[in-house]
Write a protein that binds this ligand. Structure first.
Ligand code: SF4
Length: 363
């Protein structure tokens, strides 16, 4: 099989592909390509998807001579991570060799179980802006706060605030018209106007570089007119996104399953041109020989436009590789995506240990 995106003049038809073992990963004794297809591919067609469910039962293929049980050695051999894009706030990587439940568990942990600090209580000293106190407090709560949460404890309910569990920001802005220039000063209150009010102990544990501050400076909080003023004190606490989304460290954490697109060698000339133009994501290109091929499979959204035409459907094979994920982590700016992913794995390990211990104590 010609892996999608690999420019080759020896593309085989999809029919041929079914008769050849795919070499994406070691088949490990898989008796034939049909079984491999059923185990590892989701087929996408016009009339619907096939093989959408993963088969996890260890004896599912015993009659065909294939051992489907989980093996740590096999997992270690097959598991791979390949970083596609690494930016300070956005990480995209391929995760190969895990089942969908594991990928989904990591995604859900990223969204809702990694602790951060966020504004939880707002004390209004003066608010003559047009925004009601409740709405203003809600807006302040959603501002991501950049600070290392591991330096803080969870605040105990009904206990006094301490330097170990709370950080305080003050926001004091007055809007006025400059008498000389006539310009309005402080017309918009931004997140950068939040100023950290450290206690003595806290001053010692933070350097100038890592002192608590809003992750982004230019988030508009409220608009003021001359004469209006705002004075509030904001108390940040540590918590997780499951409690409220303001504690979630990510804007999105998502994955898609790796597309595998195979184009028949019969797609040449006009047909190749038609196929290239049918894709809104510009997945296809045409080789010098005139044959179409999937040049950018990662762009594919499985919209199926390329197989809508009954003439093209038998010539283009759309599949997804069941255990190959394109993972995307977009941080809100409080913590780096790589560190978030490491924490997510650690949390998943801790959960497994808890279940294991609980099973052991009950057996
Ligand atoms: S399914 Fe849609 S995005 Fe994917 S290759 Fe076909 S037309 Fe392009």
């Amino acid at each position: 099989m010609a892996p999608a995106g690999k420019k080759t003049s020896k593309n085989k038809s999809s029919e041929d592909n079914n008769n050849n073992n795919d070499n994406h990963r070691d088949g490990d004794g898989v008796p034939d390509a049909l079984l491999e297809n059923q185990r590892t591919r989701v087929t996408v067609g016009n009339s619907g998807n096939e093989n959408t469910r993963g088969v996890y039962y260890s004896g599912a293929y015993t009659s065909l001579g294939y051992d489907n049980s989980f093996s740590l050695e096999k997992f270690k051999k097959n598991f791979k991570i390949k970083v596609l894009s690494d930016q300070p706030e956005h990480l995209v990587f391929e995760m190969i060799g895990v089942d969908a439940p594991i990928a989904n568990a990591l995604r859900r942990i990223l969204i809702s179980e990694i602790p951060t600090m966020a504004i939880e209580r707002v004390y209004m000293i003066n608010n003559t802006s047009i925004l009601q106190d409740e709405v203003l407090a809600h807006r302040l709560g959603l501002i991501p706060i950049k600070v290392d949460p591991s330096k803080f404890n969870y605040k105990q309910p009904n206990k006094e605030y301490t330097a170990e569990d709370t950080i305080i920001f003050s926001l004091k802005v007055k809007c006025y018209r400059d008498q000389k220039t006539g310009e309005i000063v402080n017309e918009t209150v931004y997140s950068k106007d939040l100023k950290w009010v450290p206690t003595e102990d806290q001053q010692e544990i933070f350097d100038e570089d890592d002192k608590p501050r809003p992750a982004v400076d230019d988030i508009p909080i409220v608009k003021l007119r001359p004469g209006q003023a705002l004075e509030v004190q904001c108390y940040c606490e540590k918590n997780i996104g499951r409690e409220h989304i303001k504690w979630s460290p990510v804007g999105t954490a998502s994955y898609k399953i790796m597309p595998l697109i195979t184009v028949s060698p019969k797609v040449t000339g006009e047909k190749a041109e038609k196929l290239k133009n049918s894709c809104p994501m510009k997945v296809f290109d045409i080789e010098d020989s005139g044959q179409a091929f999937a040049a950018r499979p990662l762009n594919c959204t499985m919209c199926r436009e390329c197989i809508r035409d009954p003439e093209m459907e038998p010539l283009v094979k759309l599949e997804r590789i069941r255990d190959h994920f394109i993972f995307s982590i977009e941080s809100v700016g409080t913590l780096e995506p790589k560190s978030l992913f490491k924490q997510a794995i650690q949390i998943l390990i801790d959960k497994c240990v808890t279940v294991e211990n609980s099973l052991r104590s009950n057996v």
